[in-house]
Design a protein around this ligand. Structure first.
Ligand code: ZN
Ligand code: ZN
Length: 361
């Protein structure tokens, strides 16, 4: 992997916001800050289109982000009123957040994948309470202490207001025709159910959103209203996008790079190592809860010292690995709550005898 966004990486190292850059003629990257986030900024991409511009990913919904987006548009000779369309790679608040405000201010259309559109309209309507309840139940079922599941389910929904759904749906292989530029949609489920990447075949570029980032591995978690086996889907989506080897990758955070096949292989390897670590924990001590397994894994900082939100993310990420191992037939779960994990794929009868006997095989 080779970093091509060298100015962006210098800015990253210096802890400052990178500049607006013209990546190709008529295609700019505009960093939009994210408040209180280690990711620091999202990279919005602005593309020249008939009658104005199209924005890919809008940034987090707050006033400082908005003024950076506005200033970025001004810097490239446009204004908010020139925005004709908004494409959102996925429904997370750092990518989708400002999209409704930008649509209101410009009259632009808003486009995203139906799977993420559904999450937005569901969570913004009557199902919020049900979602929070399901998230709490999932956290309780992981064996986490009560303090941890009290706040579960509350963070991702505050930005979703009724009526914020998209005007256009984009599915796999759709082509967005922006006159002089065309973007092909590649559905890459995993990070969210409806995550998309955008391929500019004419100029040999891929916009990867959060699916592939140069430095960090995106969060892949089990959430109550999302994919049943998100890590399985994510690994499949990595193989699919890793078959492309564009001249440059334009990610949603950090900096541009080249070497998509190598980066996707590294991410797959990272998860296979993590799967082995999870498997070793279960084999070493059969019958652990998801929370107990989470505590036994290596994290960049001690997980028990983290704030509740980060602990819940870690638990849900661990659960994603457990579910994939279960899917592969490497382990199985007990019945009843909290869920306990045991090595080996077992038939229903075998499972009950192993759980009952706690043989520790
Ligand atoms: Zn994301
Ligand atoms: Zn993001």
């Amino acid at each position: 992997m080779e970093v091509t966004g060298t100015v962006q990486r210098q800015a990253w190292a210096a802890g400052v916001l990178p500049p607006v850059e013209e990546v190709r003629p008529g295609l700019w990257s505009v960093p939009v800050p994210i408040p209180d986030s280690p990711l620091r900024y999202v990279l919005s991409y602005v593309l020249r289109a008939p009658g104005g511009v199209v924005v890919v990913d809008a940034g987090y919904d707050d006033d400082e982000a908005w003024s950076h987006l506005e200033a970025g548009l001004t810097q490239i000779g446009h204004g908010v009123a020139d925005v004709r369309g908004i494409v959102v790679t996925h429904m997370h608040p750092d990518h989708y957040g400002l999209a409704p405000r930008l649509r209101r201010a410009s009259g632009a259309w808003l486009a995203m994948h139906p799977a993420d559109a559904e999450l937005i309209t569901q969570r913004s309507a009557v199902e919020v309470d049900a979602y929070v309840e399901a998230a709490r139940t999932q956290m309780a079922d992981s064996g986490a202490p009560a303090a941890l599941f009290e706040g579960a389910g509350q963070y991702p929904i505050e930005f979703l207001e009724p009526g914020n759904g998209p005007d256009r749906l984009l599915v796999h292989d759709d082509v967005l025709d922006l006159g002089s530029q065309r973007l092909r949609v590649v559905h890459t489920p995993g990070h969210t159910p409806g995550h998309i990447c955008l391929v500019d075949e004419d100029r040999d570029l891929v916009l990867t959103g959060d699916h592939v980032l140069p430095r960090i591995s995106p969060n892949i978690s089990i959430l109550p209203d999302q994919l049943e086996n998100p890590l399985g889907e994510y690994l499949g989506s990595l193989e699919a996008i890793g078959a492309l080897d564009p001249s440059e990758v334009l990610p949603g955070h950090e900096y541009r790079f080249r070497g998509l096949p190598q980066r996707t292989r590294d991410l797959i390897h990272h998860h296979e190592e993590r799967l082995a670590e999870v498997m070793a924990a279960v084999t070493g001590t059969p019958g652990l809860t998801t929370y107990e397994i989470t505590l036994r894994l290596q994290w960049s900082r001690p997980i028990a010292d983290q704030v509740g939100f980060l602990q819940r993310m870690a638990v849900n990420e661990t659960l994603a690995h457990l579910v994939l191992l279960e899917e592969r037939g490497n382990l199985h779960r007990s019945e009843g709550a909290p869920t306990r994990w045991f090595p080996g794929s077992v038939s229903v009868r075998g499972a009950s005898s192993m759980v009952g006997g706690r043989s520790g095989a």
